[in-house]
Design a protein around this ligand. Structure first.
Ligand SMILES: [Zn+2]
Length: 303
């Protein structure tokens, strides 16, 4: 079952892929969680495809209503559509709540549906579009090609090799990834990546590039004190920001955080991302949630 709000081009290709793999699929559409849960129960759904934001939203939605997520019987989940599904804390929250495995996938509507997908090793998404799509890694600032070496970081650039009517040459994805080139236990030899964010979401804090999803990944390491919902609330509009950057972080349900938690999070962000922040810890369920893709930056308080 899935509730992706994809346009006809991508959605049709994705559903055709499911049919070809002899998978009965039930498209539900976005925006009606009640119907989604009823569908899972009535039709004995065992696998769902969702954005990580929706999976987390569904955990909270079910728990608020006294329903154990495990009782739905979901065994497998494919998470895609935004960065976060490969974040260990987010994945663990989803897998533990539903008692399922959650594997991340990534595509790009302009080029192809799922081009990258995780195997059972869960160490990043293998490239699976070989012979159809040529992929390159570049330095986003200079445009220079980078080798797919272990630990490399850059932007993915795609060239469609079999397009007849709509060629795309060296299409810049704006997706920034880190590379895992270590041999994989599954035996596949293709390189693996983890998406750390998109240029479109990036803020520049006094000259330092900051991906909101990278900040969330640092914050998430302070589980179980914190939940998974983080909101950056810049004081001014636009990409360029002056430190300290205000960040609201939700505490986990029933958390009794140590008194220095905010300071420890601030120090970790400062040391890993070189950005000064002003941390506000807020109660569980007090930040807005998304039923589709998470917004990690809220300019609502910006002057
Ligand atoms: Zn593998």
């Amino acid at each position: 079952m899935h509730n992706y709000g994809a346009g006809p081009f991508v959605a049709a290709a994705a559903t055709d892929m499911l049919t070809r793999n002899r998978i009965a699929h039930i498209p539900v559409g976005t925006g009606n969680t009640e119907r989604y849960v009823a569908g899972i129960r009535k039709m004995g759904v065992t696998a769902i495809m969702a954005t990580p934001s929706f999976a987390l939203y569904l955990v909270d939605w079910l728990e608020e209503r006294g329903i154990a997520p495990r009782s739905l019987g979901i065994a497998r989940m494919a998470v895609a559509g935004e960065p976060g599904g490969g974040d260990p804390v987010i994945r663990n929250r989803i897998e533990t709540a539903f008692g399922c495995t959650a594997n991340e996938a990534m595509g790009i509507g302009d080029i192809s549906i799922t081009l990258w997908g995780e195997c059972e090793d869960q160490g990043g998404m293998h490239f699976s579009g070989r012979d159809f799509v040529h992929v390159e890694l570049i330095d986003p600032e200079s445009g220079a090609a980078l080798p797919f070496e272990d630990g490399a970081e850059g932007e993915l650039v795609y060239t469609a090799l079999r397009r007849e009517a709509m060629p795309l040459l060296r299409f810049r994805s704006r997706d920034h990834v880190t590379v895992n080139a270590k041999p994989c236990t599954c035996g596949r030899t293709s390189v693996r990546v983890r998406c750390i964010g998109r240029t479109d979401d990036m803020l520049i804090v006094r000259g330092v590039n900051l991906f909101p999803s990278a900040l969330r990944a640092v914050v998430n390491r302070f589980a179980p004190h914190v939940g998974e919902v983080v909101m950056i609330r810049p004081r001014t509009r636009g990409v360029m920001q002056e430190p300290p950057l205000p960040v609201a972080i939700e505490l986990a349900a029933g958390a009794e955080p140590p008194p220095d938690l905010a300071e420890r999070i601030r120090a970790a962000i400062r040391s890993e991302l070189i950005v000064a922040t002003e941390i506000e810890l807020v109660p569980h369920l007090s930040l807005p949630r998304s039923e589709y893709k998470s917004r990690l930056v809220d300019f609502g308080k910006a002057g």
